[in-house]
Design a protein around this ligand. Structure first.
Ligand code: AMP
Length: 378
């Protein structure tokens, strides 16, 4: 097995964790900051070069840690023949119109939808999708941003003002109107696919969002749901001829899964795999894009992940708690920003829950909203 140089588009925490996971396999990561066009070391952030062409020239493989990448950059990467998972997958992750088409082409169950570009489309969407509906910008939306809810026909004019302003603000923008899904909970699946079609899929995670941002993820063992999710994962990954780790977020509606969205990359709801699975999502992504055998995705213990949002410290006592693992991202503190996460394990669900309860009692409630309450319901 030879040393490999992998270039990651994006220089955030996902590139950082890929770098940490790649080192034992002799896989070196450099990160390309798409905004500044600097090539940086993913851990130190030291600038090691400039320009996309130089970054591409020194890489064996190119991959991405986010999906909102200008198509011009993706096209240059595509031409190099080194880019994985495929630029089409990244485009689907960054544009809800392409994503919805992909889900239908893959026969993956998802909410009924219509595309809105002008006022008449909104009226047609109300007719087809019905009220209540969720409206989402096709481009640039994440963590619940760029979304509106239409719950009453009286709100139509008011909603149109917001929707039309969003459409006008960004070139090629549109809005996807989606049927409101009365889900019981949100779950997600992370898995890897290799170029020969081999797949390795992790156990599902149940996710809790607070104000649209992931707060808590817990790996679950529910064979019936797992099988539905795995079937859709395989269909979508095959449709895209995908190589690497792919994440799929689902709504659980009375035991039937509907895809909410896909992320063509390693994902926040898969961070629990660092301590909870035989081989973590970061290593498996690198193995897949370097065309190496995939590692086992089996859960090795009960694991949950708590996001650290907007805080740059947690009590030192967390380090002395058994089976708690802190992962900082080395980022500048900003309100609400994902600064790190804590993985909490247990030999049983009960033990994991007890440690989570202990953790929740020492963390500042304001910085970890609803954590205590959500943990008590596990
Ligand atoms: P998204 O950015 O698509 O993940 O949406 C952010 C959050 O809004 C999701 O995690 C859901 O909680 C909620 N949401 C999105 N789409 C729908 C829908 N069609 N019906 C009900 N809730 C939704």
């Amino acid at each position: 097995m030879a040393n490999k140089q992998v270039l990651v588009l994006g220089a955030g925490q996902l590139a950082r964790m890929m770098s940490l996971a790649g080192a034992p396999l002799n896989i070196d990561i450099s990160a390309f900051d798409v905004g500044s066009e600097q090539i940086v070391h993913p851990l130190t952030k030291n600038v090691i070069g400039h320009g996309l062409n130089n970054a591409i020239a020194s890489a064996d493989v190119i991959t991405a840690e986010f999906e909102h990448i200008p198509h011009s950059v993706l096209d240059i990467c595509e031409k190099s023949g080194k880019f994985l998972p495929t630029t089409q997958a990244i485009k689907a992750g960054g544009d809800r119109r392409i994503e919805k088409q992909l889900l239908n082409d893959s026969k993956a169950a998802n909410a009924k939808y219509a595309i809105i570009e002008k006022r008449a489309d909104l009226d047609a969407a109300i007719e087809f999708v019905g009220i209540p509906m969720v409206l989402k910008t096709a481009l640039g939306g994440y963590d619940g941003k760029g979304q509106w809810r239409l719950t009453d026909a009286k709100q139509v004019d008011q909603i149109w003002k917001k929707v039309s302003a969003a459409i006008e603000a960004t070139p090629h923008q549109a809005v996807v109107a989606e049927e409101f899904v009365p889900f019981e909970r949100e779950v997600s699946l992370v898995g890897a696919r290799r170029v020969n079609g081999e797949v390795a899929i992790y156990p599902l995670a149940e996710n809790v969002h607070v104000n649209g941002v992931l707060s808590l993820s817990v790996a679950i063992d529910e064979p019936e749901l797992q099988s539905q999710a795995a079937t859709m994962f395989t269909a979508i990954a095959e449709q895209l001829d995908y190589v690497g780790v792919l994440a799929i977020e689902f709504f659980d509606v009375k035991g039937k899964l509907l895809v909410n969205e896909i992320a063509p990359r390693v994902h926040n709801s898969g961070h629990w795999t660092q301590q909870g699975a035989e081989v973590c999502q970061f290593e498996n992504h690198l193995r897949a894009v370097c065309n190496l055998p995939l590692g086992s995705t089996q859960a090795i213990r009960h694991t949950a992940m708590v996001n650290i949002l907007g805080q740059n410290r947690v009590p030192e006592s967390v380090l002395s708690m058994p089976q708690c693992h802190i992962h900082w991202y080395g980022k500048e503190q900003r309100p609400g920003r994902k600064m790190g996460h804590i993985n909490v394990c247990g030999h049983s669900h009960q033990e994991m829950k007890e440690i989570l309860t202990q953790l929740a009692s020492v963390l500042e409630p304001a910085a970890f909203p609803e954590l205590k309450d959500r943990v008590s319901k596990l």
